[in-house]
Design a protein around this ligand. Sequence first.
Ligand SMILES: Nc1ncnc2c1ncn2[C@@H]1O[C@H](COP(=O)(O)OP(=O)(O)OP(=O)(O)O)[C@@H](O)[C@H]1O
Ligand SMILES: [Mg+2]
Length: 563
Amino acid sequence: MSELRMNEFHNARPAHADELGAERGVAQVDNAREPIGVVLEIAGSGSRIALDITRLTECSTDPDPSVVLSGQVGSQIKVRVGNGWLLASVRSQKQDSRTPGGILASVDFLGEGEEERLTGRIHAFRRGVTMYPIPGALVYPATSEDLRQIYASDGRSVIQIGHVHPTKDIRAGLYVDSLLGKHFALLGSTGTGKSTSAALILHRICEASTEGHVVMIDPHGEYGAAFRNTGVILDVTNLQMPYWLMNLEEHCEVFLTSRGNDRQEDAEILAKCLLEARQRNRLAEQMGKITVDAPIPYLLSDLTTIISNEMGKLDKGRTSAPYLRIKNKIDELKGDPRYQFMFSGMLVGDTMAEFLAKIFRLPSRGRPISIIDVSGVPSDVTTTVVAVLSRLVFDFAVWAREEKTRPILLVCEEAHRYVPNEKNADGSSVGRVLSRIAKEGRKYGISLGLITQRPSDLAEGVLSQCGTIIAMRLNNERDQAFVRAAMPEGARGFLDSIPALRNRECIICGEGVSIPIRVSFDELEEFKRPASEDPSFSALWKNSGGEEEMVLRTVQRWRAQGR
Ligand SMILES: Nc1ncnc2c1ncn2[C@@H]1O[C@H](COP(=O)(O)OP(=O)(O)OP(=O)(O)O)[C@@H](O)[C@H]1O
Ligand SMILES: [Mg+2]
């Protein structure tokens, strides 16, 4: 602070405050009502302030945890403008070389509110700034009472998920409509509590909307345990996803084994034969012209017969290898018990409407969420199964547009596996479907929730389509940089605290909250948690008994391949 400003600043304190402080000890100063610094420079949304180290030290023993933190990176401060207050968050601090003990800090303005006459607190808080302060304006600590006003719901429907850091009792809420209206992403390094937080958020959403429609893709089979009372759990034993729901591209991913030029040829043969097989269905006859992608049931035996017939019509000298390749693969899948959830002979009937009603919870019957546990799906078709399910969500929404729409939330764990960036992409259809939902889903009433520990491995642009970002601790610098790029300007101060977050803490910014906030998630009851408990090695390695039987049972399940 320059000498002049320092004087201004000290003059602004009540004349007797120093004496009071000296007489009764520092803790007696009413920290909330005394400035901790002045504004130095205003520039666009970011500005610089000077903080007084003596005042910060005084604040550090205040009983209010928000006052204790004020001035620190990631904390909030308020600045007087006219009769009101501006709220800002501190982005960075550095030493002021010109003043001994002086601290310079850059801040981002978050919003503004009026002053409550008697108490001096902020009230009627709004996001965004209409009037900036002038240099020399005084900076005060934001108190817990201020924060309570700021985070109080403005009447929109909210779900409560935890409390606002650093307070112990101010509830943190997410605006459901804004959260779901523009997709959301939940990010964090492994073990920070992503799955449990996802379960917490989904539980709260389902409790608030018992007639909701949520589809959760669960690659590790964790969430079944969490939603056994409030959801429908579908895994390979009861999913019964008919193979004929696949479109041509998905059929190719499952039925074709060749690469390069051969694959193109095989795909053409499959397209022709598949269309013919679909046309043999009674439904197709009624409809006249159909496309190869139309979800019309067909018999696998019809498909293989048609392939054999085509092979028989080949001119001399042309190889039958492509036909045999496809036919062999289909026969192999038909006979493999691991693929029965999709290729069982029971699935030839027209069960499409029932299948959609089951996975989209239409009607929800008090269980608004379906957990699709794909952990038992053979790994070579998992991405295709996820692609089919996601595409069904999209296509259903598109074709249901003339109906009274029922929005659907699609949540995808380990999202980097399914919407990978270019470097990790294998060209599979699931990435395209999910990217499309990210870009266009909103128009059709589809909300996407992406959960991942590796945001830098997500396809480019997908993160920026997420209106709300819930970031837990991220240890990797590359991941932090990605999240930073996707977050709005005003959240910078919070962002820098991402590597320092504790487990179960997160930064939320974007549409779902009124201003960026740091939240400690509530403790989730044990029976609502996903089955992802960290094993306690030290405790489990003290137990003994029953090992041989356990190994035998495991071997048996392994051999039966989940049947
Ligand atoms: N809100 C919470 N309430 C109770 N326990 C929690 C909460 N959040 C996290 N935990 C505990 O923290 C541990 C790790 O959580 P979780 O499995 O959700 O992390 P994760 O980020 O999903 O990890 P991974 O990347 O390995 O999937 C678990 O033992 C979980 O029970
Ligand atoms: Mg997890």
